[in-house]
Design a binder for this molecule. Structure first.
Ligand code: BF8
Length: 654
């Protein structure tokens, strides 16, 4: 079928797209052909804050100046700058609230687990609990784990509703960074407070100074990165274990023809963790055999997958644009979803096959799905009920089943603590070897490549191209979310990939330590691990005093969600040069875009850039890294490695 190669570079996805077409089942890839993005909304120029609108206030034409330009406002007089800044700020607020609400749920279960009230959940990483207790100022002395954990839980919960002061994890940031934030007045108070205030500011007729709005958006984003996301990652590690390297498989080939396939999709790891336990229950296995299956095959999708892959090696079916594709195989007996990045179309795709779509969050129901609500006090029984639904559905499979053969081995589980141990050894855990190798130039710099898939660009292509460019140029890549899965599917998450794809310098370090050139650090919420890793590099010394001094950059080439904007903004506000692809949501205002792309560098020492071409994005990031190396005085003349297509094919075939 012509044109399919423009939709994805992943053969498994293309195979399923062909099958979906043959089965008469519509997917997001079809809808992307028919529905084009609204150009006014795409540039952030649509104001629908009140019922006098929506007002469309597109970017002024070049020749318009003075009075003509000034006439371009909404009915209330809101300028293009105000409208653009408000829309951007609302994305930050929504993204921050998504992570914060996830974190709140985890914190509540953590507290209940500390009190021993929730079967199936218990404290697993005591070391990490002590670390958080110290950061939170919880008294330890000879108190029991239970007492300490309960205090940590209460303190964590109080971070959401805190009305004044500073979020406790802010103190983890380098001192110089804290000073920058204090001077700018952007240290978040409570997480909820920052989200509420930002939504208030962006209401009709409130904050109408785009600079003020964007400073406020930055403060809100910091309540995500150093607040909600960090609390979530840390407490999940205490509850479920801090990830250590583990081998896993990825892509649709992990589905099995002769087993009951249960795909767990979404973000919160609470129910997935219990499913991992309950799926091994002999009673459940027996029930599966009774319907003619060999067993139950639990696999993950999107960030839920990242969570249980990192901690248990549970296979991953795919990333965001593969959620419908998994159902198209015809062998998914149940898809179990909770919150975020779950497409409503799953209900329709499920109807084309036999799949039961099961919603589990009290906050997220889908018309046409079965709802079995997750209750933390009764989690194992809920998990059993869900698995039995899947088992009963096994016999309803239709004849048109087809599973792509693609799977790839991955080595994942690179938490900040694991990197520390791997580099420095268990007795002297340290980032020193990483810093030394950055200073001596074997590693040119560090890049965080994170974020989504987006049906407006070829699935997996921009992320993969960027990652390959970076590692070829000796930039070590830290990946999370759906882009980490892209790297996994392409075979970049194995130590062997270093020799094949990385530059000689990076490859030599990877060989010595036994790590892949791309380190999978977890789900999107775990981007806080990247903040911690960057801070650890600063604190180890020799590379400046702040995150903004590091030869480091970030990117999300296929972003689509509001969470991605919140994440990008907290990276920028933490001093990181951050490049986004696909589209940029403030192009309707030159002033707003200039503030984000240029002026933030003077205040936050970090800035945004928009570059949809992954080669150009790599160039920008490497130039930034080299600029930082020069400022640090560790630059040596070196060229950027560029390959022509022939060389690329040769490498891919090797
Ligand atoms: O939080 S990377 S598409 S799955 S938003 Fe969603 Fe984007 Fe994937 Fe996870 Ni993150």
């Amino acid at each position: 079928m012509p044109g399919l190669e423009k939709k994805s570079i992943d053969p498994a996805t293309i195979q399923m797209l062909k099958k979906a077409q043959a089965d008469g089942c519509e997917t997001i890839f079809d809808r992307a052909d028919v529905m084009k993005p609204c150009p006014i909304g795409a540039e952030g120029s649509c104001c629908k804050q009140c019922a006098m609108g929506p007002c469309r206030v597109p970017a002024p034409k070049k020749k318009e100046t003075g009075v003509e330009k000034a006439k371009r406002t909404g009915l209330c007089g809101a300028t293009a700058e105000t409208i653009s800044a408000r829309n951007f700020a609302r994305m930050v607020a929504a993204g921050t609230s998504a992570h914060a609400d996830h974190a709140r749920g985890v914190t509540e279960v953590f507290l209940a687990a500390a009190k021993g009230e929730v079967p199936g959940f218990q404290i697993q990483d005591e070391q990490k609990l002590y670390q958080i207790a110290m950061d939170f100022g919880v008294e330890m002395g000879d108190r029991s784990i239970k007492e300490i954990a309960i205090d940590v839980g209460h303190k964590a919960l109080a971070e959401f509703g805190r009305q004044e002061g500073e979020l406790l994890f802010i103190k983890r940031a380098p001192l110089k960074r804290q000073e920058i934030w204090r001077n700018l007045g952007v240290i978040p108070r409570g997480i909820d407070r920052e989200v509420v205030e930002l939504l208030h500011r962006t209401h009709m007729g409130v904050d109408q100074d785009y600079r003020d709005l964007l400073i406020s958006a930055a403060r809100c984003s910091l309540a995500d990165g150093w607040g909600g996301s960090m609390i979530s990652t840390e407490l999940q590690d205490v509850l479920f274990g801090t990830p250590v390297p583990v081998v896993g498989q990825i892509n649709l080939g992990v589905l099995k023809i002769d087993e009951v396939n249960v795909v767990v999709h979404g973000h919160e790891p609470l129910l997935p963790e219990i499913l991992v336990q309950v799926v091994q229950d002999p009673e459940i296995q027996k029930a599966a055999q009774k319907v003619g299956a060999k067993g139950i095959n639990l696999v993950g999708m999107c960030c839920s997958a990242n969570e249980i892959l990192m901690r248990h090696g549970i296979p991953v079916a795919g990333n965001f644009l593969q959620q419908e594709m998994a159902i198209v195989t015809g062998v998914v007996d149940a898809m179990v979803v909770d919150v975020q990045c779950v497409m409503q179309s799953l209900a329709q795709v499920a109807k084309c096959y036999h799949t039961k779509l099961i919603t589990t969050s009290a906050k997220a129901k889908i018309d046409g799905a079965i709802h079995i609500e997750f209750e933390e006090h009764n989690a194992p029984n809920i998990a059993k009920k869900i698995l039995l639904e899947a088992i009963q559905n096994f016999k309803n499979r239709k004849p048109n089943v087809e599973i792509p053969s693609e799977t790839m081995d991955t080595v994942v589980g690179f938490s900040h603590e694991t990197i520390n141990y791997l580099l420095g050894g268990i007795f002297r855990a340290s980032y020193r070897p990483l810093n030394d190798n950055i200073i001596n130039g074997r590693i040119r710099g560090i890049a965080g490549v994170v974020g989504c898939n987006n049906a407006r660009v070829t699935h997996d292509d921009p992320n993969l191209t960027l990652i390959k460019e970076l590692i070829k140029n000796d930039v070590i890549v830290l990946a999370t979310g759906c882009s980490a899965m892209t790297a996994g599917k392409a075979g970049l998450l194995t130590p062997e990939a270093a020799r094949k794809y990385a530059g000689d310098g990076l490859a030599s370090v990877c060989d010595a330590v036994g790590i892949p050139p791309v380190l999978h650090m977890g789900a999107c919420i775990d981007n806080s691990r990247i903040l911690m890793a960057a801070t650890a590099v600063v604190k180890d010394g020799g590379l400046g005093e702040d995150i903004s001094d590091l030869p480091a950059a970030g990117a999300a080439m296929e972003w689509m969600s509001e969470k991605a904007i919140a994440i990008g903004q907290y990276f920028v506000a933490s001093g990181v040069f951050t490049v986004f692809g696909v589209t940029w949501p403030t192009t309707g205002s030159e002033e707003v875009t200039k503030l984000l792309f240029e002026e933030f560098e003077n205040t936050f020492k970090g800035k945004w850039a928009f570059e949809p071409d992954p080669y150009q994005a790599a160039k920008l990031m490497i130039e930034h890294i080299d600029k930082k190396r020069k400022t640090l005085g560790i630059d040596k003349a070196r060229d950027r490695v560029l390959f022509d297509m022939a060389k690329r094919r040769e490498l891919d075939a090797a």
